[in-house]
Design a protein around this ligand. Structure first.
Ligand code: PMT
Length: 318
């Protein structure tokens, strides 16, 4: 594996995604509006990034994340009164609709086929499930409280992340970054990526991955120095989990690391801060009733963010 360059070199060697300027305008408008209203804004990143193996991409390196954590957390931040920038992998789970993926939505509906007068209704026993979600969805959209922006590749992700940070910087400590996306640590430099689909006739390809610079460093120190930054740490070996979370906190000097194991990530996390570690776990009853662990994670983060804002200098006058 080759060494990583600097984050500046990464941006210099990767063009922004084609929809970048549109997304930048949306982010700017959203942040300015909520800053004027005195709201808190959380940036929730969600889902996994890809690493294309060809410029005209047929194949790519991907990861497991479906966006379960990010999409559920976004809903709970809305409930706590935050404006939410939901920055997600295209086609991964989204707030509200996450609960109806696959055939679930169609199973909730009935159809009465009467030619041009055909009607579709929600089954009576599904109304209780659908109605509260629809109410929260409509309220969030009517209030303009959620903005959806999406990425696919790791380079799209970083361009969008930096643009969001540029807009959030004005909010000072009222900005919260909740970096739950599973971001690739490895990539193939642009000049080593073939333009067209790799041909099997050429034999088995030998692909050298390079290290992606960790963007947490410029993010914490330069892009949003006053924001409350929460990163996530994913491991598969329990013995590494808390030590690596503590090392990340020590290295990047942000506020919280939410540490989770791949195998148990939906039932247990450990919140690591400078002075404490706090385990959050669902019990058997919670799991059987389908409770989301994100409700408790978000409640804990919101409470520490509030403490941070209480002690922080006020946002700069606008
Ligand atoms: O979507 P789900 O199935 O619900 O899964 C949720 C989750 C397991 C993806 C989520 O809980 C999680 O742990 N996300 C972070 C996974 C990850 O990227 O961990 P990491 O240890 O590789 O990176 C640690 C931190 O460094 C991350 O916050 C990441 O934003 C940051 N990073 C990573 C790579 C990189 N080049 N630069 C970074 O700054």
């Amino acid at each position: 594996m080759a060494n990583n360059g600097s984050w500046e070199e990464f941006f210099a060697s990767h063009l922004p995604p084609t929809d970048f300027e549109d997304n930048r305008s949306l982010l700017k408008e959203f942040c300015e509006r909520h800053a004027l209203q005195g709201n808190k804004i959380v940036l929730v990143t969600s889902g996994g990034t890809t690493v294309p193996l060809e410029h005209n991409t047929v194949r790519f390196v991907d990861n497991f994340s479906a966006g379960t954590r990010g999409s559920a957390s976004a809903e709970y931040f809305l409930e706590h009164g935050y404006a939410v920038i939901f920055m997600h992998r295209q086609k991964s789970l989204e707030p509200f609709t996450r609960l109806f993926s696959g055939q679930k939505l169609l199973d909730m509906l009935d159809i009465q086929e009467r030619g041009p007068n055909t009607t579709i209704t929600v089954k009576p026993d599904s109304v209780d499930v659908l109605a509260p979600i629809l109410v929260r969805y409509k309220a969030a959209h009517a209030a303009g409280a959620i903005l959806y922006v999406s990425f696919t590749t790791v380079s799209d992700y970083f361009w969008l992340l930096r643009a969001a940070c540029e807009c959030l910087a004005n909010l000072g400590p009222r900005a919260l970054l909740y970096l739950a996306a599973a971001v690739s640590d490895f990539y193939i430099p642009k000049d080593k990526v073939p333009t067209h689909k790799m041909q099997s006739e050429s034999g088995a390809p030998v692909i050298q991955l390079h290290l992606v610079p960790k963007m947490l460093a410029p993010l914490v120190n330069l892009w949003v120095p006053a924001a409350y930054v929460v990163s996530f740490k994913l491991e598969t070996d329990e013995s590494l989990l808390v030590p690596k979370a503590k090392a990340a906190l020590e290295k990047y000097k942000h506020k919280v690391v939410v540490a989770n194991l791949l195998q148990t990530r939906h039932n247990r996390v450990v919140l690591v801060t400078k002075n404490a570690t706090q385990e959050i776990a669902l019990n058997r009853g919670d799991i059987l009733s389908g409770a989301d662990i994100e409700m408790a994670i978000v409640a804990a983060i919101v409470s520490s963010h509030e403490e941070h804002m209480g002690g922080a200098a006020p946002a700069p006058a606008r």
